[in-house]
Ligand binder design. Structure first.
Ligand code: SF4
Length: 503
């Protein structure tokens, strides 16, 4: 499984916003490794730099230092719709209005085809759902000056007092906000957007709250020096921003010289939040906070409940690095079985080319993981992992442990069986490739060649997260989709073009 993207935005006059954006994207690298980019505004001009590759491949000191401005957005991408190629790297830019605007998107829309058709766009005009939203916004933004009829002059507030932000009087136009108010009610599915024009930073979260987005503050509460938007809280930590709150489902926040404004005009009806539950299981960094809960402690609790739900006599509990490790800690703590390392992960693993077939997949696992034989030989091992997709990775891990001399291998999974595809931006295969879609737990255990297999129940998964007021999407576990998925999408799911490489 792969996450769809990470987004970041900052409004901070007088600060090196490109450097802050670089740091924020670096903290969000796990959410997408195919491409990275940022758009920076100095109040007059927006400059976009983006390319294929990791954040540190796309940006170096020289590039970042050449991007002066007082507001910026950034994006790391993993493609779930649209090919993995340069033209789909984000931020998406449109040269309309006073200085243009740029957009970064995390999530997948469910009505892209219908929206494009309704707008009279020919196939191929837009490259992805994010590109479609940019196009719809662009058609609603009026032409730029000499016609300033759509703009007003405003005395900008404290935040614009710094260098690079303009001095005092600045022309502020609301064309992007107005366009968003028209377009956002048309858009369905999963979206956390960050946008900027010359003088505004905007953050938007879809009415169901499927993908995360949070707000942070630079400087003390009584004298803010800037504002930050990010997919996850570690991106706030890395730039020294204090967590303020999560953006509400259906909320649009606008940051400019006057401070932070919030509105929910595009989604006035409040819906219970449905954050992707796999953010807690797998996607989010362990040091992220979601719904006020640290992800690492939720994962450890998943392991504790798994130990209560599916105990087994064993000598060692080990997690599959790295996302299985916190749940393994919890399993060990609850069961009293010693926790230890059984596999070492190559820290420097990057993109490895794969070819189809079991042998090649085994090689992929061997490149990533290697057994610690002294910890394994002759022992009954409990292996804890976060999820099973096709089962090929776990099968290779089990084979590796048995070859290293394990006496028994018991597999414990800190989420329920993954049986349905995701239409909201996570790259989960179709049902015919999901091992749990058509097979019982016993059949999967036989396929994986384990001595026993157990999954955490959905009830216990939610209990482990233990966040009052939290609501979740668990559609890939239950088949119950919180945002309706059109029939044509279910039958011909938009997917990224076949990847030649995987992280
Ligand atoms: Fe997350 Fe699964 Fe819902 Fe997709 S279907 S948003 S992966 S919980």
């Amino acid at each position: 499984m792969k996450e769809a993207c990470g987004v970041f935005g900052v409004y901070a006059p007088g600060k090196a916003v490109a450097q802050l954006t670089f740091d924020g994207l670096y903290a969000l690298q796990h959410r997408g490794q195919e491409s990275a980019g940022m758009a920076v505004s100095d109040g007059e001009t927006i400059t976009v730099v983006k390319d294929m590759g990791l954040v540190t491949t796309v940006f170096d000191e020289r590039t970042v230092s050449c991007l002066p401005g007082h507001l910026a957005i950034g994006h790391t991408r993993y493609s779930t719709t649209g090919a993995s190629e340069w033209r789909n790297a984000q931020p998406v830019f449109r040269a309309v209005g006073r200085a243009g605007f740029a957009l970064g998107h995390n999530g997948n829309l469910t009505n892209t085809a219908r929206l494009a058709e309704a707008a009279g766009m020919l196939p191929g005009v837009v490259a992805s759902d994010s590109d479609l939203v940019a196009e719809l916004l662009a058609t609603r933004i009026p032409p730029p000056p000499g016609d300033r009829s759509g703009a007003h002059t405003d005395l900008e507030g404290d935040l614009d007092g710094g260098a690079g932000a303009g001095d005092g009087l600045a022309v502020v136009d609301d064309a992007l906000e107005d366009a968003l108010r028209e377009v956002l009610p048309l858009v369905e599915g999963a979206f956390s957007f960050v946008l900027l024009d010359a003088s505004h930073l905007v953050g938007v979260r879809d009415p169901t709250g499927l993908r995360p987005l949070c707000l942070g503050r630079l400087g003390p509460p009584e004298a803010p020096e800037g504002w930050v938007l990010a997919s996850e809280t570690p991106a706030l930590d890395i730039v020294g921003a204090a967590f303020v709150r999560e953006i509400d489902p259906g909320e649009m926040v606008i940051v400019d010289g006057k401070g932070v404004r919030s509105e929910r005009l595009f989604a006035p009806e409040r819906i219970d939040p449905h954050l992707c539950i796999f953010e807690f299981v797998y996607f989010a960094r362990p040091d992220s906070r979601l719904f006020g809960r640290e992800v690492h402690s939720a994962r450890r609790r998943m392991g504790e409940l798994l130990a209560e739900q599916a105990p087994v006599a064993a000598d060692l509990v080990m997690g599959v690095p790295e996302s299985g490790v916190p749940a393994a800690e919890g399993y060990a703590r609850k069961s009293g079985i010693p926790h230890g390392q059984g596999l070492v992960k190559n820290r420097y693993i990057g993109r490895t080319f794969i070819t189809p077939g079991q042998e090649a997949r085994d090689l992929g696992v061997r490149r990533k993981l290697n057994p610690l034989r002294d910890n394994i030989v002759g022992r009954r091992i409990v292996v804890v992992d976060d999820s099973i997709v096709r089962g090929t990775t776990q099968r290779a891990v089990v084979r590796m442990l048995r070859e290293a001399g394990a006496a028994e291998v018991h597999l414990r999974i800190s989420s329920p069986p993954l049986s349905w595809p995701c239409f909201y931006g996570i790259d989960i295969p179709d049902r015919d490739e999901l091992v749990a879609a058509e097979h019982s737990v016993e059949e999967i255990a036989a396929f994986l060649n384990v001595d026993s297999l157990a999954y955490l129940s959905l009830e216990n998964l939610v209990a482990a997260i233990d966040s009052p007021g939290a609501g979740f999407c668990a559609a890939c576990l239950t088949g119950d989709y919180p945002v309706p998925v059109p029939v044509e999408m279910r039958s011909g799911r938009p997917r990224a073009e076949p990847a030649t490489a995987t992280a």
